[in-house]
Each structure stands twice: as C-alpha cells, then as structure tokens.
Design a protein around this ligand. Structure first.
Ligand SMILES: NC(=O)c1ccc[n+]([C@@H]2O[C@H](COP(=O)([O-])OP(=O)(O)OC[C@H]3O[C@@H](n4cnc5c(N)ncnc54)[C@H](O)[C@@H]3O)[C@@H](O)[C@H]2O)c1
Length: 396
C-alpha cells in the first residue's frame, strides 16, 4: 500500500463519489464517504454493493473480497468524522465553484495539516479551490472518468500553487490503484481530454449547421471510417447535452473564438430538455436503446476533419506547456476510447499535410478552430514532419 496515503475520505456519494470510494476500498483502503443525507448514503452503499457483486460475477474478485471491501467503507453525514483523520480527501460534489470552495475551506479547517485535498472537478479552477484553504500547495485535481471502477484514466491537474511533492504523490497513488495517470501541468479549462473533445464536437456541430453533412453522416464516418467508439452526436447525447453545453461555454470563455460554440444546434435541445440518453431524446431518439448509425452515410463527411481540429488543439496543449504528447495520446485513448492519440496520428499522417489541410479549411470557413497553432508551423519549418523523418510531436 502507498505508504504516505493510507486513509481516504470522499465528499459527495453520487455517480462519481461512490465509484471512487469503491476503487480505494477494493485496494484495501479504509474509506469514509460523506453526503448531505443518510438516504443518499444508503443508496450509494447499495450502488457499491451492486457493483462489487458484478466484479464477483465476472470472477474478478472473490465473494469475501467484496464483503471486506464493503466493510471498509464508512458512510457519514459528518464532515468532521469523515476527514479529521485521513491522509487524502477527494471532493466529488456537484460542479459548482462556490460550493466546492466552501467544501474545501471546511475540510481544510477539519483535517490534519498534512492531508492532501483533491477535487474531481471536470473543468473548474483547482487554483481557486486551493486558495479557499490554508494549504494551496496540497490542493490538486484528480479527475476520474466515469465509471471510476472501470475507466483506466486519471487526469492529475496541477493548480498554480500545487507543490511538486503533492503532484508526485497523487501520480504515484493513481498508479498504485492500477490506473494510468496523465499530468495536466497547468490549471487550464477543460484540462486535456475535454478540451480536445470540445474541439471535435464543435467542428461536427458547425459542419452539420452549415448543411455540409447530416448528423448521421458525420457519426457514420467518425465511427466506421475513423474507428472511434461513437460518433460525436451520439457521444454528446451519451454524455448529456446540458453538460456538453456547459463545458462548451467554459471553453469559449477561456479560449475565445477557437471554441466558438454552435449555439444554433445545441441550445434549442437544451432549452427543450432534450438532453440525450438520460432524457430519452437528444440529437437522437434513445427511447428504444442506442441509436443505429447507418453505415452507408459515411461518405457524407471526411473524418480527417475531426483529426485536423484534434491535432490542432493537441498542438496548443503542447505549445502552452500544458501537456506532453504522450499524456495527450494516452488521455484520448483511455479517457475517450480513441483508436490512437492525435499526436501519434499527426506523426503518421505528416505534420506538413495536416498544416496544409488546416490552412485550406481556415481559408474556406474563416473559423479560428482551423487556424493552425504556431507550434505546427514551427515544426514544419524545422522539417519535423513526423515519423518519416524521425521527428514530429515525438522524437523517434
Ligand atoms: N458524472 C461524470 O461523468 C463525471 C466525470 C468526471 C468528473 N465529474 C465531476 O465529478 C463531480 C461529481 O459529479 P457526479 O456526476 O458524481 O454528480 P452527482 O450529482 O451524481 O453527485 C454529487 C453528490 O454530491 C452530493 N452533495 C451535494 N452537496 C454536497 C455537500 N455540500 N457535501 C457533500 N456532498 C454534497 C449530492 O447529494 C450528490 O450525491 C462533479 O464535479 C463533476 O463535474 C463527473
């Protein structure tokens, strides 16, 4: 067991919190889990019990292991009881900065000085949460993917004041849990995975809005020609259009025109509460299960265009020293099930080809998402055009 971090508290026992608690308990940790009512906590424990039973059914763990894991979880509505004697607190409360700052300030007051405080936020500022405490160096982002029990990836996010020591402890801990951590070196909105997904979603929405392809056509190409697990409209519905809309708003606020949202496409659906799978309707009808994406429409859209904007956004992440190519690629493969990462893709395809295609798209549509990142121009000027010459995003 990780020697520095032996006991955990999880704040918020919802979709993510209960799963995170379960991952730790299955690894032998004692976990305290907090929520606002006993009823919610009861439901969370039932969810954990159900999930553990699935692990037993699949013979991934024994029945006794499942019972022991469940027994290691203590549910309480008292923050004090939960956090006073633990080495790490992970906050998984609703995505609201004011609420999170309040929670961080309370936990700071009630926990021991050495305790690390992590947030599972999808995009809010870790730095601001840290500054609501007296220990900003020990506050960090630990962004799990849904469902935490199954998904391999953890994005570890360094706030402006997070110490290297805190960062390395959380990276080490993630590995110990059997997960694959990637490091987001700066506290930027969307971190790594959601930023690149935001770019491809926008490209798809605008293409559809301009009438260049139907949503089924785009999804067909993305899925069958591109080998992605879902088309972008299907995935948007799956994630929830309210969440996609909100993340889109945050990205636009942070990065401006490059993330200009296609409100004409998404806003009417959000206003009508057609939020995707969870409400039965969204871009698609989910009433009778997963939508069928017709194979024969894949010629309507060229999936290369999704790759172009994904590579461009990956280039911005490298250019701004937010993430290393390897972490970006790992993030997209493990966090979003991509068949390859954008940096690997670019190095195979040729950065010169990608740069030319982006320039052509930019000249045609005059949208900032196609405006090539200076890093791509710099690499092509240096003749670092990918695998073929031994140097691109990666050094071969
Ligand atoms: N759902 C996802 O796919 C996903 C993926 C990655 C990250 N996240 C992030 O994880 C966090 C939680 O998301 P979720 O989907 O689990 O939400 P959720 O609504 O399912 O769960 C949140 C829980 O927090 C509880 N809560 C509310 N106020 C609280 C308080 N003051 N103290 C303690 N508990 C409180 C709620 O009762 C609820 O049980 C959010 O920041 C979200 O952005 C979500």
């Amino acid at each position: 067991m990780n020697v520095e971090i032996r006991s955990i508290a999880v704040i918020g026992a919802g979709a993510m919190g209960h799963g995170i608690a379960q991952v730790f308990s299955m690894k032998g940790y004692r976990v305290n889990i907090v929520d606002v009512s006993d009823e919610i906590l009861k439901k969370a424990l039932q969810n954990i019990e159900w999930s553990l039973s699935k692990f037993v059914e699949k013979k991934r763990i024994g029945r006794e292991d499942a019972e022991a894991a469940l027994a290691r979880i203590k549910a309480t509505t008292s923050y004090e009881e939960a956090v006073r004697d633990v080495d790490l607190v992970i906050e998984a409360a609703p995505e609201n900065l004011e609420l999170k700052k309040k929670i961080f300030s309370t936990v700071d007051r009630l926990s021991k000085p050495h305790t690390i405080l992590a947030s599972n936020t999808s995009t809010l500022s870790i730095t601001e949460m840290g500054r609501a405490t007296s220990r900003p160096d020990k506050v960090i982002g630990m962004h799990w993917f849904n469902p935490p029990q199954i998904m391999q990836l953890i994005e570890v996010v360094k706030g402006e004041d997070t110490s290297d020591e805190t960062l390395s402890k959380i990276v080490e801990l993630s590995r110990f849990l059997g997960k694959t951590p990637i490091v987001c070196k700066k506290d930027v909105r969307g971190f790594i995975v959601n930023r690149i997904l935001g770019a491809v979603f926008n490209e798809a929405y605008w293409t559809y809005y301009r009438g260049e392809a139907s949503k089924e056509g785009i999804d067909s190409s993305v899925k069958y020609a591109g080998g992605f697990p879902m088309g972008w409209f299907e995935l948007s519905d799956y994630v929830g259009l309210d969440i996609v809309y909100e993340v889109g708003r945050v990205l636009y606020e942070a990065y401006g025109e490059r993330f200009k949202p296609c409100l004409e496409v998404i806003e009417p659906l959000v206003n009508q509460k057609k939020l995707g799978q969870k409400t039965g309707l969204g871009f698609y009808d989910w009433m009778k299960g997963r939508p069928r994406i017709p194979f024969e429409l894949s010629d309507e859209y060229d999936v290369e265009r999704s790759w172009m904007v994904a590579v461009n956004e990956a280039a911005w992440l490298v250019y701004e020293n937010v993430a290393e190519p390897h972490d970006i690629d790992t993030g997209m493969k493990l966090g979003a099930g991509w068949p390859q990462g954008p940096c690997e893709y670019a190095d195979r395809k040729g950065l010169d080809i990608i740069l030319n295609n982006l320039i052509k798209l930019y000249e045609k549509h005059r949208m900032e998402m196609y405006n090539p990142c200076p890093l791509l121009k710099e690499y092509v000027d240096r003749k670092w055009i990918g695998r073929i010459v031994g140097r691109g995003f990666y050094n071969y």
